[in-house]
Design a protein around this ligand. Structure first.
Ligand SMILES: [Fe+2]
Ligand SMILES: [Fe+2]
Length: 204
């Protein structure tokens, strides 16, 4: 009888510990929905990088080296965004799922067209991030929601920057010397320290 009670006591403790561990893991791990949505966003950030790199190549073909440099930095920032999500999925014991990339557009009529497309693209990305933030609230995944706040703030910056470039290019219009001067300014863009800090491995 005593043996049975001892066995029962230890068995109950074991069941209790397993239950606590499972509840903890459920709280800690990503749900399937969030994991999929984060992976979708991870792939979108990589596609953004690809898209901007294609824009950089277009500017090279137009002999606008400053614009091309600016877009290349933009592409690097997008890769850092993708890697932030990559690391977050791993930190939460999720599975990283990389997909094939679509082919980005490669020809535009004018620099203004390029930045108008960049703005449309950033607006789409912002909407996806808002949907992801909504999902994290629905699922009460506060860690993911907090993680996404950085991206929400970043999108405000991204859209504002594209709008600013559009306004400047509209002001320049067909003035070749204005375009030349802007191209000379854009060559000075560097990867922001805040972006570089977002790269945990520090190898971007
Ligand atoms: Fe991004
Ligand atoms: Fe972006």
């Amino acid at each position: 009888m005593l043996n049975f009670l001892i066995f029962w006591f230890f068995f109950s403790i074991f069941v209790l510990l397993v239950t606590i561990f499972m509840i903890f893991m459920e709280m800690y791990m990503l749900s399937e929905n969030i994991e999929k949505a984060l992976n979708d966003q991870l792939n979108r950030e990589f596609f953004s990088s690809y898209y901007y790199l294609s824009m950089a190549a277009y500017f090279l073909s137009q002999n606008l080296k400053g614009f091309s440099h600016w877009m290349r930095i933009q592409a690097q920032e997008e890769t850092i965004h993708a890697l932030k999500i990559y690391d977050f999925i791993d930190d939460r014991d999720g599975e990283i799922d990389l997909n094939a990339m679509d082919t980005p557009p490669k020809a535009w009529d004018t620099p203004l067209d390029v930045f108008q497309d960049a703005l449309k693209h950033e607006q789409k990305i912002s909407n996806h991030i808002y949907e992801l933030a909504d999902l994290s609230l629905q699922e009460k995944d506060h860690a993911t929601n907090t993680f996404l706040q950085w991206f929400i703030a970043e999108q405000v910056e991204e859209e504002a920057t594209a709008k600013e470039m559009i306004d400047t290019l509209k002001l320049i219009g067909n003035d070749g010397s204005g375009l030349f001067l802007l191209d000379r300014d854009l060559v000075q863009r560097t990867l922001l320290a805040s972006e570089a800090d977002a790269d945990p491995a520090g190898d971007m």
